[in-house]
Design a protein around this ligand. Structure first.
Ligand SMILES: *Cc1c(COP(=O)(O)O)cnc(C)c1O
Length: 389
């Protein structure tokens, strides 16, 4: 029944996890789900208020413009200037998206012909690879290894392979590894894209979820990036707005326009009231306070879970950004995750679900209330104490 592009999708790896979770729940276990990366914290009230007001505006009841309201795109452009110090033209360099996932998923269709290679990291957010497959492209794996701080080794890509590649999709701060890229790496990446004429797509939804004193950079901060790159951004992780579906792509006008050509034939834009509220989220000084609190909350949770996982004997680095802990378990990640559910009632995501180079790792997300994280750690400590004693 299904087309080859559906048959070509990687198998759904989490069926066994879902089953173990349901079995545990049926046994009456209070399952703590650290599997999904979806903020538990609420959208700040001033943004919700803005939506309620904007919903009453009858102009918002008709089809929105497919590229996004100029007022929203201007707010995105201004936010980029304030946040990263880069100049962005709201008319030509910004396109509104129904969340960054939507943009990433549709973008390769504008640039890949059947059989065109595209560079995709492994482990990675699964959409990068499926987007390439859906566009008829051929994903070429860039392994992300811990000894290279989970950055791709650009020098190891054979020149003929790099020349053939049409585009590359990658993202830092990174899901699932929690790794960050510095400006030096982005410079190298932009130069690589210029040398080999590669369209660079950088996915950056976690730029505000960081714990050091400096914000992780945008790829658009690199001189010349606007010639070859676009960056996907999102309100989802910044303002706890995953359910609202609003994001943007910013950068090279030709690439932005190409993505727009695909989208204008598929969707009809984002509800105008959501864009109006998104504008308030990006502009309001109140948002900054919430984001600062959010960072503190995640950082506290990460510290607690890090202590717990370390006691469990797992090798894990404290992430500098994102709300994920990427723990080395050194074995079959699917089996480990199932055991974790059966023995402790804790759900985590097997690393192999992000690609074969993710095998041996398990991803824990701290997007559960702090007391649930505490409870997970208490279960780990109890088990370790019992087994040790
Ligand atoms: C959460 C996430 C997204 C999706 O964000 P939306 O804007 O909600 O679609 C995109 N990329 C990565 C790496 C993510 O983790």
């Amino acid at each position: 029944m299904y087309a080859d592009r559906i048959k070509s999708l990687p198998p759904y790896l989490f069926a066994a996890i879902d089953k173990a979770k349901l079995e545990a729940m049926a046994r009456g276990v209070d399952v703590i789900d650290l599997g999904v990366g979806d903020p538990d914290l609420a959208t700040p009230p001033h943004i919700i208020e803005a939506l309620c007001e904007a919903a009453k505006d009858t102009d918002n009841h008709q089809y929105p413009s497919y590229e996004g309201k100029l007022s929203f795109r201007t707010a995105v452009a201004d936010w980029y200037t304030e946040t990263f110090g880069v100049r962005v033209d709201p008319e030509s360099d910004v396109l509104a998206l129904i969340g960054s996932k939507e943009g990433v998923a549709h973008a390769p269709m504008a640039f890949l012909n059947p059989g065109d290679p595209a560079l995709v990291p492994d482990p990675a957010y699964p959409v990068y690879k499926t987007a390439v497959l859906f566009a008829g492209g051929v994903p070429v794996t860039l392994p992300l290894k811990s000894e290279n701080r989970f950055l791709p080794d650009l020098d190891s890509i054979p020149a003929d392979q790099a020349r053939k590649a049409r585009l590359a999709i990658l993202g830092y701060p990174n899901n699932p590894t929690g790794a960050c890229a510095d400006l030096a790496f982005f410079r190298e990446l932009v130069e690589f894209a210029q040398d080999y004429d590669i369209i660079l797509m950088h996915d950056n939804p976690y730029s505000e979820v960081y714990f050091g004193k400096d914000r992780p950079p945008s790829i658009l901060q690199v001189d010349g990036a606007r010639e070859v790159a676009v960056e996907f951004h999102s309100l989802s992780k910044t303002y706890n707005m995953t359910g609202w579906r609003v994001g943007s792509v910013v950068g090279n006008p030709e690439i932005v326009e190409g993505i727009g050509k695909v989208k204008s034939n598929i969707d009809s834009g984002i509800f105008g009231a959501v864009q109006d509220a998104g504008k308030v989220a990006l502009r309001s000084p109140e948002s900054g306070k919430f984001v600062a609190q959010m960072r503190e909350t995640y950082q506290r949770r990460i510290k607690r879970l890090y202590d717990g996982l370390t006691k469990l004997g797992l090798k894990v680095d404290k992430p500098e950004a994102t709300f994920y802990l990427w723990a080395w378990i050194g074995g079959d990640s699917g089996e480990f995750a199932q055991k974790l559910i059966r023995r402790l009632g804790i759900v985590a995501t097997p690393g192999v679900g992000f690609g074969k180079y993710g095998e041996g790792y398990v991803r824990f997300s701290v997007t559960q209330p702090t007391e649930r994280i505490e409870m997970a750690v208490a279960r780990i400590e109890k088990m370790v104490a019992e087994e040790g004693g």
